[in-house]
Design a protein around this ligand. Structure first.
Ligand code: SAH
Ligand code: SF4
Length: 438
């Protein structure tokens, strides 16, 4: 019997989540069957992340751990796709003997052919040519279950922030055709995904030579089959007043923006090649807060970039304290071979990076705690996703400003929008009660 059940385990960012759904679409079209647990699978695919060394080590460690499954199922195939596959290519087939195929970010259309060859001829194959134009048009992703989903609007990145490997493993920036995007949003809405996030490394520079980002955003937010629209990620150098205007004007655009700050030191921002200053960043925050009352702002921040002094770090710490983000993803700088920063002098010792990271985490935990406490007494709309982990009499969902909220309620409310009053909050979760329960 032909082995055709595949399972994909995804590591890393939302783009990888969306790419796994794309790959599931490609394989399903070719007659393969997606399964939801690794135990059922004949073909195990790891979609990998290489943005930090730790992410890469995790996925490669996992492959080794799962390889013992081949003893029970000699026909099993194990493959690696995504950013580590793109970065290391063929070398991986030599380093990890249990790997059957390695396929980079622009070569997913080849997966059915590669898998068939691996099965028939017991070959070990790779495809890692970066073509910089593949947009995966005409492929319909097989989406994971749920009520929220992503629609990819662009791929790649041209920014070359000096610490970042993404432009090397995902190639040049290219925007999908706006008609295809709008059509896909309409379709996912019809499928029951009412909360949609537009996805790209730098969505604000979207341009398909007919529409720029504010135009796409405006038309997307007027699609009748969806209820909520979001977008990620925005680069502070590209977010325009027009985008903020559209966010303020269009009711379906949610009151949340993820705006990576990276550092509060102008000297470091320049060395990072970010093309904005802390003052410019702060002015965008103020514009957003003026235009969109109660907007939640989240960010990415990095410590320990080469040459970061105690004074630079303090500027980051103080800017975070001043802005009071709803949430911040905090990272310690990771050396990525081939990036500009990898060759910079004054690499910061691990111990210093760790202690700075710890200080930022503590600061942000306190701010997030306070921000969530401030929500008590408010009435918010929750899009119900599933029952809560703790009890099946409790429901869990997301607010428009991207916070998790739980409240007592019946399962039949999953997939609907419910107004709740917030009565309590922990650092990460709002607790509420339904207003006017039916
Ligand atoms: N395109 C997005 C996401 C990039 S990766 C953006 O520009 O925001 C997500 C985050 O990982 C980045 O915002 C950055 O904070 C972090 N990151 C990227 N490269 C890193 C590195 N070498 N070391 C540590 N953190 C890194
Ligand atoms: Fe990396 Fe900068 Fe591109 Fe984001 S914008 S993916 S941080 S190079």
């Amino acid at each position: 019997m032909k082995s055709n059940k595949f399972y994909i385990r995804t590591y890393g960012c939302q783009m990888n989540v969306a790419d796994s759904e794309l790959v599931a679409g490609i394989l399903s079209d070719a007659g393969y069957q997606k399964v939801n647990t690794i135990d059922e699978a004949d073909i195990i695919i790891f979609n990998s992340c290489t943005v930090r060394q730790h992410a890469e080590d995790r996925v490669l460690g996992r492959i080794t751990a799962e390889s013992k499954r081949k003893k029970q199922n000699p026909n099993m195939l194990i493959g690696l796709i995504g950013c580590v596959a793109q970065r290391k290519g063929k070398k991986l087939l030599e380093e990890i003997k249990s790997l059957d195929f390695v396929v980079g970010t622009d070569q997913y259309r080849q997966l059915p052919k590669i898998i068939t060859s691996c099965m028939k001829r017991k070959e070990h194959l790779f495809a890692d040519v970066q073509n910089n134009i593949e947009n995966y048009e005409n492929i319909y992703p097989v989406r994971n279950n749920g009520v929220n989903t992503f629609v990819t609007i662009m791929r790649g990145c041209n920014n070359f922030c000096s610490y970042c490997i993404v432009p090397y493993v995902r190639g040049r920036e290219r925007s999908r055709n706006h008609k295809e995007i709008l059509h896909e949003i309409e379709n996912v809405g019809n499928e029951g995904f009412k909360d949609v996030t537009l996805l790209g490394q730098n969505v604000n520079s979207y341009n398909d030579s007919e529409y720029t980002f504010p135009e796409l955003l405006k038309y997307a937010s007027q699609i009748s089959t969806i209820e909520r629209l979001r977008f990620v990620t925005s680069h502070p150098k590209d977010i325009s007043d027009k985008v903020i205007e559209v966010m303020a004007a269009e009711p379906k655009l949610c009151e949340h923006l993820h705006l990576p700050m990276q550092s509060g030191s102008d000297r470091i921002l320049e060395k990072m090649n970010r093309n904005y200053t802390s003052e410019k960043y702060l002015s965008i925050i103020h514009k957003l807060q003026d235009a969109i009352p109660n907007i939640a702002i989240t960010t990415d921040v990095m410590v320990g970039f080469p040459g970061e002094t105690e004074e630079d770090f303090l500027q980051t710490y103080n800017l975070m304290k001043q802005i009071r983000f709803d949430y911040a993803f905090t990272f310690k700088y990771s050396h990525r071979e081939g990036t500009a920063a990898a060759s910079y002098a004054e690499q910061i010792p691990e111990k210093t990076r760790l202690s700075r990271l710890q200080k930022l985490i503590e600061l942000q935990e306190q701010i997030t705690f306070e921000k969530y406490q401030e929500q008590i007494g408010r009435t918010v709309q929750v899009y119900v996703e599933h029952t809560s982990k703790k009890s099946d009499k409790e429901l869990s969902g997301r607010t428009r400003d991207n916070k998790i909220a739980v409240f007592p309620g019946d399962k039949k409310l999953i997939g609907t929008f419910v107004d709740i009053e917030i009565i309590d909050a922990t650092g990460w979760t709002l607790k509420g009660k339904q207003i006017n329960p039916t």
